[in-house]
Write a protein that binds this ligand. Sequence first.
Ligand code: 5AD
Ligand code: FES
Length: 363
Amino acid sequence: MSNNINNILKGDLGVRELAYLLQLKGADQKLLFSKAQEVQLANLGRKVFYRGLVEFSNVCAKDCFYCGIRKGNKEIDRYNIEDEHIVNAAKFAWENKYSSMVLQAGERNDSAFIDRVTKLLKTIKQETNNELGITISLGEQTADTYKKWFDSGAHRYLLRIETSSPVLYKQLHPDNQMHDYNERVSCLDSLRNVGYQVGTGVMIGLPWQTYEDLARDLLFMKERDIDMCGMGPYIEHEDTPLYAQKEMLWPIEERFNTSLNMIALLRILMKDINIAATTALQAIDPMGREKALKIGANVIMPNITPTTHRKDYQLYQNKPCTDEGAEDCGNCMSIRIEMADREPGLGEWGDSPHFQNRTTPLK
Ligand code: 5AD
Ligand code: FES
């Protein structure tokens, strides 16, 4: 059997092979993990880069069926962290040599929001001596807005496709123009055209989702030649419409197991991209992120959102790290990285070598 896995891994990995590999457990899964680890160490070494995450507002114009901060959820307090506090969090990241931050919020397209982010990006750049790298994750915007934010200092963008299956996408979102699969794909194109390092990702173990869907998600990322990926298990939230599909939920261990297999396989398929060990993994297994770092992930996102609001950014329930302060998360992070036999890559931007390789012309 073990030979069999190695042979499959050496051959062409299409939907059939990937769907099979995604289900591995036990000794066969160990083989997959050791291959992924080998690829990681050979191409990226032991370093793990930090992205200090600030979830600065949970005000959201969208209504995705799975998400706890969707517009239709009246059970949560909406917040908007003041610019001054966001800038302080950015300075904290910079002073602690995180070297990059991620600004994330619910999606809004109004001009007040667009202008606010533009100004915020410029201020953060100024206040951190132009040294802090900024990734943004602010949903679907026009190409002009993407350009404006890029020109103001953001250089990486995360926009998860959520699923590469247009059918499943429809099942997970209201049927209107604001939640259109093709539009989301075209945003990935605009981001790339503007010049961002582009990150995408999916949720794993959704109701209706199959292993073939997930295999196609991996191929989607490969075909689109993405620079970064953040993906993790779907975790149900009781104040969302998708909770009604409870009887279709994947068993929690299966969602976790498959998430690790997704990461390992993506590492094998895309040797030099950045892959995040996402917080949702830790929501299922206290050692979830460490496990991911060992088998291919090389980026971690310590939460540096001021703690007063962390509890209100619950995309899913039981989200970890909602009580810790920024310092606690940072310390905890470096211990965790060492537990995973990796090294904190402090003081470096840690851009994906993939981006450099694709944008530097061959000599
Ligand atoms: N479970 C797991 N991930 C979720 N996200 C939103 N809701 C959930 C959930 N219930 C993810 C989406 C989104 C990212 C910010 O959080 O993939 O893109
Ligand atoms: Fe936040 Fe551990 S990462 S407390």
